[in-house]
Design a protein around this ligand. Structure first.
Ligand code: C5P
Length: 237
């Protein structure tokens, strides 16, 4: 596919037009940001690792009935995807208290939740991604009621499928963030699924194998990303 006009450049990815109006190219960068862009850095090989992991996760999920934007991997850090308009709502699912949930509700990080939790955030840099609920989404017309239900139902399914998939790799799926897009009116799972957007803990040691190593200056960031990729690739051999 030809790399056409740059449509969008975000913190971690660039999206390009292709010769086909129904398809975009997504290029994954090594740049990393945290805390609303306040912390900046680069993580060596992150672009390649996140492109590969996203491709493998999307493939696995598509095979189990989740409609995704993924078509194929076209380069070491490049995915060909269905063209979508991103719904400006982030969907977070949590199995174990960590990060902002632990802080907001005063839970000790690592506390297993009695039931998984699903949250919505409004994707808005100016507003710093405030948490919202179904009513806010409807009031702001960010998505229709049907689209909200579809996003919720796909997010719960992704939680089950991804947690089960990662278990034999000794990875615990603590929480993750999904984004969805519209392609000819159809809701598709979009964006990426990677250690940038999920919390993965080693099931034996509890070691953090995700972007928290960067956020919290824990060191070993590159090694953690490599470790997740090599464990997932081993699963698929
Ligand atoms: O920071 P918080 O605890 O709310 O993050 C929950 C999950 O969502 C984490 O896995 C984090 O990596 C992901 N997330 C994300 N992008 C954001 C906010 C959170 O990928 N803008």
């Amino acid at each position: 596919p030809i790399k056409g006009e740059l449509l969008y450049e975000g913190k971690a990815k660039r999206v390009y037009r292709t010769g086909d109006p129904d398809q975009y190219l997504v290029e994954f960068k090594d740049d990393a940001t945290a805390f609303d862009g306040l912390k900046k850095g680069t993580i060596a090989r992150k672009g390649e690792i996140n492109a590969r992991l996203s491709a493998l996760f999307f493939q696995m999920l598509a095979g189990r009935g989740i409609p995704t934007h993924f078509i194929e991997q076209t380069g070491p850090r490049e995915l060909l995807v269905r063209a979508v308009e991103i719904i400006p709502v982030e969907v977070v699912v949590r199995n174990i208290a960590a990060g902002s949930l632990a802080k907001r509700l005063g839970l000790e990080e690592g506390t297993t939740l009695k039931r998984p939790v699903l949250e919505f955030y409004y994707k808005s840099d100016e507003l710093h991604d405030p948490m919202i609920n179904n009513y806010h989404i409807a009031a702001l017309e960010l998505a229709t009621d049907t689209q909200i239900k579809e996003m919720e139902s796909y997010a719960w399914k992704v939680n089950e499928l991804l947690a089960e998939f990662l278990q034999p790799a000794d990875l615990v799926l603590v929480d993750f963030k999904l984004e969805f897009g519209l392609h000819h009116g159809q809701v598709l799972l979009a964006d990426e699924i990677s250690p940038d957007t999920c919390r993965f803990w080693d099931s034996t040691s509890g070691a953090k194998l995700d972007k928290d190593r960067f956020r919290r200056d824990l060191g070993g960031v590159e090694d953690a990303y490599e470790e997740v990729l090599s464990r997932v690739e081993r699963l698929l051999q």
